[in-house]
Ligand binder design. Sequence first.
Ligand SMILES: *[C@@H]1O[C@H](CO)[C@@H](O)[C@H](O)[C@H]1NC(C)=O
Ligand SMILES: *[C@@H]1O[C@H](CO)[C@@H](O)[C@H](O)[C@H]1NC(C)=O
Ligand SMILES: *[C@@H]1O[C@H](CO)[C@@H](O)[C@H](O)[C@H]1NC(C)=O
Ligand SMILES: *[C@@H]1O[C@H](CO)[C@@H](O)[C@H](O)[C@H]1NC(C)=O
Ligand SMILES: *[C@@H]1O[C@H](CO)[C@@H](O)[C@H](O)[C@H]1NC(C)=O
Ligand SMILES: *[C@@H]1O[C@H](CO)[C@@H](O)[C@H](O)[C@H]1NC(C)=O
Ligand SMILES: *[C@@H]1O[C@H](CO)[C@@H](O)[C@H](O)[C@H]1NC(C)=O
Ligand SMILES: *[C@@H]1O[C@H](CO)[C@@H](O)[C@H](O)[C@H]1NC(C)=O
Ligand SMILES: *[C@@H]1O[C@H](CO)[C@@H](O)[C@H](O)[C@H]1NC(C)=O
Ligand SMILES: *[C@@H]1O[C@H](CO)[C@@H](O)[C@H](O)[C@H]1NC(C)=O
Ligand SMILES: *[C@@H]1O[C@H](CO)[C@@H](O)[C@H](O)[C@H]1NC(C)=O
Length: 350
Amino acid sequence: MALSSLLPILFLACTSILVTFVVSDKPDPGKDQPHKGDSPPPPLIYSPPSPLQQGGKSSTRLLVHFYSTTCPNAEDLVMAEMKSIQAEDPTLMPALGCDASVLLVSKNGTAEKDATPNLSLRGFDAIERLKKILEKACPGIVSCADILAMAAREAVFLSNGSRYDIETGRRDGNISRASEAYTNLPPATGNITALIDLYAKKNLTIKDLVVLSGAHTFGVSHCSSFSNRLYNFSGSGTTDPTLNSTYAQKLKQQCVPNDTTTVTSMNPGNFLTFNLGYFQTVMNKQGLFSADEALLHNNITLAYVTAQANAASPAQFFKDFAQSMVNMGRVDVLTGTNGTIRAVCGAYVD
Ligand SMILES: *[C@@H]1O[C@H](CO)[C@@H](O)[C@H](O)[C@H]1NC(C)=O
Ligand SMILES: *[C@@H]1O[C@H](CO)[C@@H](O)[C@H](O)[C@H]1NC(C)=O
Ligand SMILES: *[C@@H]1O[C@H](CO)[C@@H](O)[C@H](O)[C@H]1NC(C)=O
Ligand SMILES: *[C@@H]1O[C@H](CO)[C@@H](O)[C@H](O)[C@H]1NC(C)=O
Ligand SMILES: *[C@@H]1O[C@H](CO)[C@@H](O)[C@H](O)[C@H]1NC(C)=O
Ligand SMILES: *[C@@H]1O[C@H](CO)[C@@H](O)[C@H](O)[C@H]1NC(C)=O
Ligand SMILES: *[C@@H]1O[C@H](CO)[C@@H](O)[C@H](O)[C@H]1NC(C)=O
Ligand SMILES: *[C@@H]1O[C@H](CO)[C@@H](O)[C@H](O)[C@H]1NC(C)=O
Ligand SMILES: *[C@@H]1O[C@H](CO)[C@@H](O)[C@H](O)[C@H]1NC(C)=O
Ligand SMILES: *[C@@H]1O[C@H](CO)[C@@H](O)[C@H](O)[C@H]1NC(C)=O
Ligand SMILES: *[C@@H]1O[C@H](CO)[C@@H](O)[C@H](O)[C@H]1NC(C)=O
């Protein structure tokens, strides 16, 4: 599966972070790996089953502070390093907060990967950096899936969102490929019915859908993920009439037809801050994706978008976001003795 077909999934990126972080078993050492040639294919570390892994508590469930006995500093270490990463490169916060697609690195070096100015590699390096620190502190204990969850939490917090409790205790998959993991995810072109159905299949509610979509308050997207709305809506060769026409004109200046290289902000003017901007954007009919616009076509999602677009404070959204992130973080997880703890977090799309 080409990276191009993964990138449209930005709107579900938070889901991808927690749910579908996947790794290929056999990264091709000959190709342009992000490890700069200094490492052989990432070895897998198999933690022996440990009934005492959580201080005697069952280790087959996700728990808040799962690592409190096995790696007590894990969350603090991630926080400290995320602060350094932000200081060095603020644009990585949205990428790590809600865009796991940055972590899917193509071994072939596709045009799409190269198009996002090193975002894939930079995001990937940031996760490897966190992983190295945790491996040093607690070898073989903290999964890549949990590191991503922790990184996402801090990215939101460091972008002026709130800091929420997360559950940990996930283990890493070792056979999944990105192409398999992504087949369950709705496309950026999804209509409201399709979106609700796909969330329902993951035990996620309509409210989770609209709340998690709010994470599009920050981040960037490739033109190719929405250019059909500009130039060939429903194959008609016209512009999506539901897209704010002023905004459509502006987007056309940024994204020429068949543009596969340009990247544009998902929240004009303020893509580094986690706030209510997304809901205002959608209300103004400036949601980039059809899947954003779709939230105006169901009365539960519409009511939420309207309320948050007009809210005096983001407090309710932040509270809902924390809950929905927990809900999403429970989907399709490996726990207990299933899965592995990887030594290196390699993720490849092909
Ligand atoms: C990657 O390269 C291999 C051969 O080198 C090719 O078979 C495969 O289709 C390529 N994948 C993509 C996504 O271009
Ligand atoms: C980022 O991309 C540019 C242009 O493709 C390249 O010259 C540069 O080496 C890349 N930087 C990193 C850190 O990969
Ligand atoms: C993952 O690796 C473990 C350890 O080698 C193995 O027991 C397990 O079968 C693998 N999972 C799958 C689905 O292949
Ligand atoms: C929504 O999308 C699904 C899946 O693509 C499609 O089957 C359905 O007809 C669409 N519904 C509407 C109302 O367009
Ligand atoms: C959804 O929840 C039900 C009841 O709690 C459970 O049986 C089912 O396995 C869950 N499905 C998924 C996909 O998590
Ligand atoms: C517009 O979409 C239709 C249907 O998908 C396709 O046949 C046509 O080639 C597209 N036109 C352009 C200019 O891309
Ligand atoms: C864009 O691609 C479509 C389909 O490949 C083609 O028909 C059309 O001429 C292209 N448009 C431009 C401006 O290159
Ligand atoms: C967060 O808020 C502070 C204080 O208002 C502001 O200085 C800072 O620029 C904001 N950071 C982001 C990423 O929006
Ligand atoms: C379209 O966007 C403009 C500029 O942001 C805004 O003033 C206007 O209210 C929007 N129109 C609609 C219908 O939302
Ligand atoms: C929601 O929309 C349905 C039709 O799609 C309508 O029957 C229902 O009354 C609406 N509910 C509310 C609370 O507005
Ligand atoms: C491992 O996964 C299987 C299948 O999903 C499940 O039935 C089993 O309970 C899991 N075991 C543990 C220890 O989580």
